[in-house]
Design a binder for this molecule. Structure first.
Ligand code: SIN
Length: 537
């Protein structure tokens, strides 16, 4: 089966849906998504969207905080552009119907309200626009409603992209690689369909599932990054994996995040004996940038041999906590933890992929007709460490810019899309050994956690590389011999992404931002004040 449209969007989080809504003004849009349309990292985002909003704040301050967190690797022009564009993008979401949390202006304000601004690590001012602790859901719901109402957009749920369709493979040599869509597995039927488009947008999110412990939903398997790598696009800064300091530590609480906004409202990290420890690690204490907090927790856990540390916000009133953090309050109660009275057990977990498919100011990648937006992209905003709540903002800004750029490309293409052969199964049979998939999946996630985690070393990285090389061969063999399934597609992508993280980490022989190695503990500006770019030859 062949489906043609002007724009093919792969992924349905904030980047993909925002792009689709804008692009639909100039052409037909197809969105494919691996599960239900709302199932994305966006949906689970708790914190919010950073934007200068109050009179006490300034663009210069937000820019400085972003650059400080990024440890020398942010692109200043991109930071400037994104930060200054933020208020307009927030306004667009409000116009779409997103109800951000508000608070009364002053004590005698009557009914006049303004947006409530939260605070998170690394921010010197209150500037996090949020919808209680369910910001992602509020945004995703509004975007999904708008997409469903747009006659120019068609959504295919339960469809996973297998590989991008390139000009050089199916049409003929071109000076620069060009993308004409993707082969896509319709999961329920098992058919691999051909989705053709004049512009293809990777909005596939990050790769948290490469690690054993992650705050990410199951869909975060690095699909877009791996697909782009396979066609030779530039991939940058994959060593910079952000570990969120505070995921709930409970055997049944899969990936549940305890938002940094709690620390923004005064929560304190403590060891089992009740001692607050962050002041020993950084002058900003509990509101230090995330890399520092995550490493501090790792240090305290290794020193004490404990399984977790604790977050304490019990000094705030119960009424405030229930109103500001209704979701976290409710979820913790399910595990018999009352955040109004109890300490909350927390551990760090893989949270955000700062690197990704390298793009320019318009979200365009090194391949023509291919764009990357959001966590799948490396735009230059985050550098070596993302500032909290800058990611939904980045997705909004780049979705807007990429939609304009891609609309021009589509307009100039006219009606021509080359003819592309249907997917070939090449004698593949149904697997009778699916255990290979679970075994390899578990192995990758465990050695990535142990060897390529918060604290790295040359020896651990070399061990990880040996293992990934071995597993890659096994996975490839399996991929070519057996009928394609969702699990094998995701496993293949996880393996490629893990390889990219390991190789990028090995090449950076210094410590900077989120990449910390005991063998090269200092920054080395003379040799490494630059992006790590990896490309499949
Ligand atoms: C959080 O709520 O702590 C996450 C915010 C973010 O990752 O930007």
């Amino acid at each position: 089966m062949e489906i043609k449209s002007d724009f093919l969007v792969i992924g349905s989080g904030i980047g993909g849906l925002s792009f689709a809504l804008k692009a639909a003004k100039s052409g037909t849009v197809t969105i494919i998504t691996k599960r239900g349309v709302s199932e994305s990292a966006t949906f689970y985002a708790q914190g919010g969207i950073a934007s200068v909003w109050s009179k006490e704040d300034s663009f210069e301050s937000h820019i400085k905080d972003t650059l400080d967190a990024g440890a020398g690797l942010c692109r200043k022009d991109i930071v400037d552009m994104v930060v200054r564009d933020a208020p307009r993008r927030i306004q667009e979401l409000i116009s779409l119907g997103v109800k951000f949390s508000k608070r009364p202006i002053g004590v005698d304000s009557g009914n006049i309200e303004e947006l409530d601004l939260g605070k998170e690590g690394g921010h010197s001012k209150r500037r996090i626009i949020h919808a209680t602790d369910l910001t992602g859901k509020a945004v995703e719901d509004a975007l999904v409603n708008a997409v469903n109402a747009d006659p120019n957009i068609t959504v295919y749920e339960n469809h996973i992209a297998v590989d991008l369709i390139t000009h050089s493979k199916f049409v003929g040599q071109a000076d620069k690689e060009m993308v004409w869509g993707a082969y896509v597995l319709d999961k329920p039927s098992g058919e691999v369909k051909t989705f053709l488009a004049k512009a293809t947008i990777l909005a596939t999110g990050g790769a948290g599932k490469v690690y054993l412990f992650t705050s990410n939903p199951d869909v975060a398997t690095g699909d877009g990054i791996a697909m782009a790598y396979r066609i030779g696009a530039d991939i940058a800064n994959m060593e910079f994996i952000q570990f969120h300091p505070t995921c709930l530590y409970h055997s049944k609480a899969k990936s549940f995040l305890i938002s940094e906004a709690l620390r923004g409202e005064g929560a304190v990290l403590k060891t089992k004996d009740g001692g607050a420890f962050m002041r020993r690690h950084h002058p900003m204490a509990d509101l230090a940038p995330r890399d520092i907090v995550a490493r501090a927790i790792d240090f305290e856990l290794k020193k004490s041999g404990d399984d977790c540390v604790f977050l304490d916000i019990s000094h705030k009133s119960a009424a405030f906590l229930k109103d500001r953090f209704p979701n976290i309050h409710k979820k913790c109660l399910e595990f018999n933890i009352d955040i109004t009275k109890d300490l909350i057990p927390v551990v760090p977990a893989a949270h955000y992929t700062c690197g990704g498919v390298r793009t320019d100011r318009d979200g365009a990648t090194s391949a023509e007709r291919l764009y990357a937006i959001g966590e799948a992209a490396c735009t230059g905003l985050h550098g070596a460490n993302r500032l909290a709540s800058n990611s939904l903002l980045e997705a909004l800004v780049f979705a807007g810019r990429a939609s304009l750029h891609a609309a021009d490309v589509v307009k100039n293409t006219g009606s021509i899309i080359p003819s592309i052969p249907a997917w070939e199964t090449r004698g593949a049979v149904t697997s009778d050994e699916a255990v290979v998939i679970t075994q390899n999946w578990d192995e990758i996630r465990r050695f990535m956690w142990n060897y390529v985690g918060i604290v790295r070393s040359d020896k651990r990285l070399a061990r990880a590389l040996r293992r990934i090389n071995l597993l890659k061969n096994e996975i490839n063999e399996y991929y070519w011999n057996f009928t394609i399934t969702n699990n094998i597609v995701e496993l293949r992508n996880i393996a490629s992404t893990a390889e990219l993280i390991i190789k990028s980490a090995m090449s950076r022989k210094e410590s900077r931002g989120l990449h910390y190695t005991i063998d090269h503990p200092e920054k080395d500006d003379a040799n490494f004040l630059k992006d790590t770019v990896v490309r499949m030859e």
